[in-house]
Design a protein around this ligand. Structure first.
Ligand code: ADP
Length: 481
């Protein structure tokens, strides 16, 4: 059952119950009041009749010391007649509660008479056939006799009014319930609109439309729920996009990896086949073995690089504070002996908090790339500057440069701008991908400036301690939140 129908049904039940109870209470209150008034009047009439009876008894001739039964009947008959038109009914009984006179239609049991005595005036509401009466009883003392006077007052109208009241109220209640149901239907639809819109949004999202958002139509708790739902959907959409990108990147990586594996393997298999199936002279055999060796070495280097990337991606850096001088001394020792290039190492003194071996790997990769991209005898500048936010390392060459549209792609694994040139230098397009992974765990990134034919500058900033601390603190608080 729909939520709006549940609300509607509950409202109808509450309305029907409250209308029913209040109507019953109201009609009954009017009835009770009318009946009370009628009882008062019946008792008054009884008192008036008993007074009239006693007065009439005073005119009984003096020869009677006790009122005879015939006189009682006579007075009773006169009293009944005097009330003609009003439907007066009365009954007179003697001391022994034996009936002396009764009006026609005074057909009632003696229960009330039995309870009536000289000190007790009684009444009861009775039903006789389809009529209702107030039956009263009282003792009358007249001429040395104690008699009992009973009256019956027709109150059928009061009961009829009550029945009519109930019937009228039932009709009014029915009309009010129908009108109320229509109004409450609109109210419940209006109240549950945010729920309907949320349901629509969840259906669209589960059907794959992650960009769909529920419309916020109110500012109350349901409006808040819609806004929370939308921000949850936003996060979900971003995570799904990220996952899809990751899957796509992984697939591309696998494709590139298979492709890069194919070239050396084809060469190795081809030359090995030649060696085993043909009789080659010594020079050809040496050449074939040499191809197998170099391609095998390339495969080995590629597998080591891949391993490094995977390890770097999962690793947490073991940071230690080191003077930058140590890096530049290490690089000087490594490269100044190379006569093919003119190296320049210029740096400002400073300290960085890094995992030393990993940053050395980055710098060596960048310098190797700069050498590969440059003509023999070209200049390569390795510089270090102290900045407000940290320390910048840069490697600048005056080589072939990188076209602008390629600059974004070269950090992707297996990407090479000029494949044959890269392969001739034993490249597999993995060096920069490794650098990016290493810099990521140092909360840094690779910046590339390059112009075709003029050269390239690769640089990165190692943030100083305070900033690194604040970054890790921010991350911690983010996690806590
Ligand atoms: P590899 O050097 O093993 O091919 P890298 O990931 O280090 O792989 O570099 C990817 C590609 O980026 C290289 O193949 C090359 O085309 C280009 N590249 C990198 N550094 C430079 C540079 N300093 N000048 C010009 N091209 C470069």
């Amino acid at each position: 059952m729909k939520f709006s129908f549940k609300i509607l049904l509950s409202m109808i039940i509450v309305m029907a119950l409250s209308l029913g109870f209040s109507g019953y209470y109201f009609v009954n209150y009017v009835f009770e009041t009318s009946l009370e008034r009628e009882v008062g009047q019946a008792l008054d009439e009884n008192s008036i009749l008993s007074f009239a009876f006693e007065t009439a008894a005073l005119s009984v001739p003096a020869k009677y010391s006790v009122m005879p039964d015939t006189t009682v009947e006579e007075i009773a008959s006169n009293l009944e007649k005097s009330g003609q038109g009003s439907g007066r009914l009365l009954r007179i009984s003697g001391e022994e509660k034996n009936i002396l006179y009764a009006s026609d239609g005074f057909d009632i049991n003696d229960e009330l008479l039995a309870q009536t005595d000289e000190s007790v005036k009684t009444y009861q509401v009775v039903q006789s056939e389809d009529k209702y009466y107030i039956h009263t009883g009282t003792a009358v003392t007249a001429l040395n006799r104690v008699l009992y006077l009973e009256t019956m007052r027709d109150v059928s109208d009061v009961f009829r009014e009550r029945t009519m009241g109930f019937s009228l109220y039932r009709r009014v209640m029915f009309i009010m319930l129908v009108a109320g149901t229509v109004i409450m239907h609109f109210i419940s639809s209006f109240l549950t609109k945010p729920v309907r819109l949320l349901t629509k949004a969840t259906k669209r999202m589960s059907a794959g439309d992650y960009s769909y958002r529920a419309k916020q139509v109110s500012q109350d708790e349901l409006g808040q729920l819609t806004s929370d739902f939308n921000s949850m959907a936003e996060t979900l959409e971003q995570n799904i996009e990220k996952l899809e990108e990751e899957i796509k990147a992984r697939e591309e990586f696998m494709g590139d990896f298979a492709h890069e594996l194919k070239t050396p393997l084809t060469a190795i298999i081809g030359y090995a086949d030649m060696l085993r199936s043909h009789k080659l002279d010594e020079e050809q055999s040496l050449m074939s073995a040499n191809y197998i060796y170099t391609e095998g070495k390339r495969l080995e280097a590629m597998s080591f690089r891949l391993l490094d990337i995977i390890v770097a991606g999962k690793k947490e850096a073991h940071l230690q504070t080191t003077s930058v001088e140590a890096f530049f001394e290490y690089l000087k020792d490594m490269y100044t002996a190379n006569p093919d290039m003119k190296f320049s190492f210029q740096y400002e003194q400073g300290e960085v908090t890094v995992e030393v071996n990993l940053i050395k790997t980055v710098l060596v990769n960048l310098i190797d790339n700069a050498c590969k991209a440059s003509e023999k005898g070209s200049k390569i500048e390795v510089n270090g500057y102290s900045l407000e936010e940290g320390y910048r390392f840069s490697v600048k060459d005056y080589g072939i440069g990188i076209p602008e549209e390629e600059q974004r792609k070269i950090t992707k694994a297996f990407y090479m701008v000029d494949k044959s040139r890269a392969r001739s230098h034993n490249g597999a397009g993995l060096g920069l991908a490794l650098c990016v992974e290493i810099l990521k765990i140092h909360d840094s990134e690779l910046e590339i400036e390059s112009e075709t034919g003029k050269g390239s500058c690769f640089s990165f900033v190692i943030k100083n301690d305070a900033q690194q601390d604040s970054i890790s603190e921010k991350e911690e608080t983010k996690d806590e939140v």
